[in-house]
Design a protein around this ligand. Structure first.
Ligand SMILES: Nc1ncnc2c1ncn2[C@@H]1O[C@H](COP(=O)(O)OP(=O)(O)OP(=O)(O)O)[C@@H](O)[C@H]1O
Length: 456
């Protein structure tokens, strides 16, 4: 297999495992050789090799086979040094998110940090009303001065920039104070390190390692909910660091108070710091992000002409998360440069027909939740939270009902969007609202109003 074929396989893998997983785990691999049914790779640390082997080997083998390379297993050896491989750069440069360099590890080799994405800096983070508070808090922490709020907890929906902000803080701290031991990792990686330490009977080492950092950043903490011993260890690590006045920065898909199956003592500890919310994007922010990305693409595709109104059109029409917006723009530029044409509105509509159709059709569950919360004057976060009072539970049921009516999502998927509730809860909600619609004219009217607003 050539490096070029590996590059193609990487492109496919990115689609199947998602951009974040790809950047963190696959991009750092350096393809070495295939022989006797074994594909060999160099990896920066045994941790990465181990993780990829456990979590992604099936997918890699499958994608290889789709590209005509048949292997039975993968082997990883720790590279003796050097930077990320050329093929990783190439694969990364054609990523759906535009030009960038390969990820780098933020911590020294002895520290358990995950690689950082070099695109995710403060410079490249566009601010607007929906994210200004989160941005300001992140900036403050990144100054690295006296610890004023601990932890900083960033939360918000998918693809709204939580990981971007965390990486930006890490880059900034690293630039300002290179001697600081800054560790960024996902909650899943934290758990993996913990389980590995248990297996290898090296809890002392684990504790010493995590207690020796100056700044600890853990992404997607909702992941540890319900995982009892990991939570316990996380709690001790957290306390030890707070006691030493070390900064902790966390992110989650919802506020700490709304993460189910999180131990009460952790929840209350998390609530002691500053909790900031990244809100869904608005039109101005989307336009700002598009304009910023276009500047980058102008360097990559010099000479491409963009007609007036195209960016405004995209900002209006693609209201999903920023990741989708970026993907659309990347495709548009790549396509226009391939056919050598100006990016007109017409070309945009042709090239992005599927994405536009999907956004058209899509009244998303998130939008339904938002509209219903506004209508009933309740907090959006209560849609996914645990509260059961009628004034909250009823609108939540209405939102579930509308999600079933207006989207093609399955019952379990809807349940997941409502704070990981079971599909039977959704069935119950749908039945209940159907009954109420027949019996209560006020509910019938509310439903009709909401449906019209959502389909407008
Ligand atoms: N305000 C912004 N300015 C520039 N780029 C942004 C902004 N918000 C998000 N992005 C980009 O959108 C993409 C998704 O962001 P990110 O991965 O940080 O989201 P997330 O909130 O961590 O999502 P997830 O819940 O999926 O982990 C990234 O490529 C990021 O650079």
């Amino acid at each position: 297999m050539t490096e070029e074929t590996w590059g193609l396989i990487c492109d496919d893998l990115r689609k199947t495992i998602g951009q974040n997983n790809f950047v963190t785990w696959i991009a750092p691999l350096r393809f070495s050789a295939v022989n006797d049914g074994v594909a060999r790779f160099d990896v920066p640390t045994s941790f990465v090799g181990d993780w990829v082997n456990r979590n992604f080997s099936d997918k890699i083998i499958d994608q290889m086979s789709r590209n005509g390379i048949e292997v039975d297993r993968l082997e990883f050896s720790v590279a003796s040094g050097g930077s990320a491989p050329a093929v990783t750069h190439r694969a990364a440069e054609t990523s759906t998110n535009g030009p960038r360099r390969a990820p780098e590890a933020v911590a020294g080799d002895d520290l358990p940090g995950a690689p950082l994405d070099s695109r995710f800096t403060f410079d490249s983070f566009v601010t607007g009303k929906p994210n200004e508070l989160a941005h300001a808090a992140a900036r403050r922490v990144a100054e690295g001065g006296t610890v004023t709020f601990n932890p900083l907890f960033l939360y918000g929906g998918v693809g709204l920039g939580k990981t971007h902000l965390m990486h930006a803080i890490a880059w900034e701290l690293r630039a300002r104070a290179p001697e600081m031991r800054v560790v960024y990792l996902s909650a899943e990686q934290f758990m993996y390190r913990f389980v590995q330490a248990l297996r290898e009977r090296d809890m002392m080492g684990f504790k010493a390692l995590f207690r020796s950092v100056d700044v600890l950043m853990v992404d997607d903490v909702q992941f540890i909910a319900g995982k009892d011993s990991t939570q316990e260890e996380f709690f001790h690590t957290f306390n030890a660091l707070v006691d030493q006045n070390k900064q902790i920065i966390l992110s989650g898909d919802r506020a700490p108070g709304e993460i189910e199956n999180l131990e009460e003592r952790i929840r209350s500890r998390l609530q002691c710091g500053l909790i900031v919310d990244l809100h869904p994007t608005d039109y101005e922010l989307r336009l700002g992000i598009l304009q910023q990305k276009v500047e980058l693409y102008r360097q990559q595709y010099p000479g491409l002409v963009l007609s007036d109104g195209v960016l405004e059109f995209l900002a209006h029409r693609i209201v999903n998360n920023v990741r989708v917006l970026e993907g659309a723009l990347t495709r548009l530029f790549a396509f226009a440069s391939l056919v050598g044409r100006e990016i007109t509105l017409e070309l945009t509509q042709d090239c992005l027909a599927d994405i536009l159709r999907a956004s058209d059709r899509k009244v998303t569950i998130e939008v339904i939740q938002r509209r219903v919360s506004e209508h009933f004057n309740m907090r959006l976060s209560d849609m996914i939270g645990p509260k059961r009072h009628r004034t909250i539970a009823r609108p939540r049921q209405i939102a579930m009902y509308l999600s079933k009516q207006l989207t093609s999502r399955s019952l379990p998927e809807i349940g997941r969007h409502f704070g990981g509730r079971d599909h039977t809860t959704v069935i119950h909600a749908v039945k209940r609202i159907e009954e109420l619609r027949a019996a209560d004219p006020q509910i019938a009217e509310d439903l009709e109003l909401l449906r019209r607003m959502l389909e407008a």
